[in-house]
Design a binder for this molecule. Sequence first.
Ligand code: SAH
Length: 379
Amino acid sequence: MDNPQEAQAPGPNLLDLDLTDCEALVAALGFKTFHGRNLFKWIHKHGVIDYDAMTDVPKRLRAALADHALLRLPRIIHSRPSADGTLKWVMELDDGQRIETVYIPEEGRSTLCVSSQVGCALDCAFCATARQGFNRNLRVGEIVGQVWHATRQLGVAPSNVVMMGMGEPLANFEAVVKAMAVMQDDLAYNLSKFRVTLSTSGIVPNIYRLREVSDVALAVSLHAPNNALRDQLVPINRKYPLEELLPACRAYLAGDQRRKITWEYVMLDGINDSLQHAKQLIRLLEGTPSKLNLIPFNPFPDSGFKTTPPAQLEAFRQRLMGSGLLVFTRKTRGDEIAAACGQLVGRVEDRTRRGERPVTVGLPTLPPPGGEPPRCHAR
Ligand code: SAH
């Protein structure tokens, strides 16, 4: 059994429920569904998890909930502030696994970086989470619980949520979709579709599925402009190569002129940062409404990579912008508390035994930068 909670639970954890589920539960207990709305609102909008404080919920229903449901959240174990205002919370789950959540305040907005899995199974070459291995998917309540805690701790809901913490959100599809719906619900955190972003390394079938059930913004971890290099850096590319990924992304936008794919591109010195790579990137993204985020590589012990020097990064950026692409360089935030992209590790009891495999420093064999980019963009 994945979660010990399931063994002892007298009923569902209310944190795992969306509005419809809450209404259904209340109806099943013999009460009017609008009490389900109130219950949902108490938990998420008001941050109340003590039944006694839910004054407009009938006493008999409160008693029934106490008997037939749970109200469980992850526990905050540490809270680490960084000099630049970034805050990292380490949260412990019922089975002792730990995840990390990062809050990044900026001028006029604040972003919460939320985890979707304990560890990650995808093994991207430059990511610290990948080195931890993988334990399990997070449940809805463990994902929403991160937003719940941040909102309580800060006194206000973050203005943006990005599913960019530990894990691959599209590998935990149902729970992530439901959790994002709770984030968007106006009785809960009321975030618009522009303010919830799912980031994926490119699980193509689930990009198509996502389009059917959600309208959140989509970010894709690209990191390489051709299959040969991306196969090495982001191994899921061997299964879903660029010529499948790009059409899926365009389909996700489905002709909505206002929307773009945000491409994340980690800048690795001497690996993916030449002007030749920039040229390939321009060709690759032609015809796809795009915004490109260049992310300076955040180091971690034994990563085997270095970040691109600032002058080279700027030359790369200029080359891309010269073609009309929208390009931003992401500021590194929270790196001294290991809260930056790719530095989140939590405490993961690895089930993949990745930790026992030898660490390859850098890339074993680098494809030449001159490789042909796949011809997959719409003209
Ligand atoms: N699995 C999802 C969600 C993780 S998002 C995905 O791949 O999109 C975290 C982002 O940070 C991804 O773009 C990831 O590739 C990037 N990243 C990972 N390690 C990094 C590092 N050491 N430095 C900078 N960015 C990194």
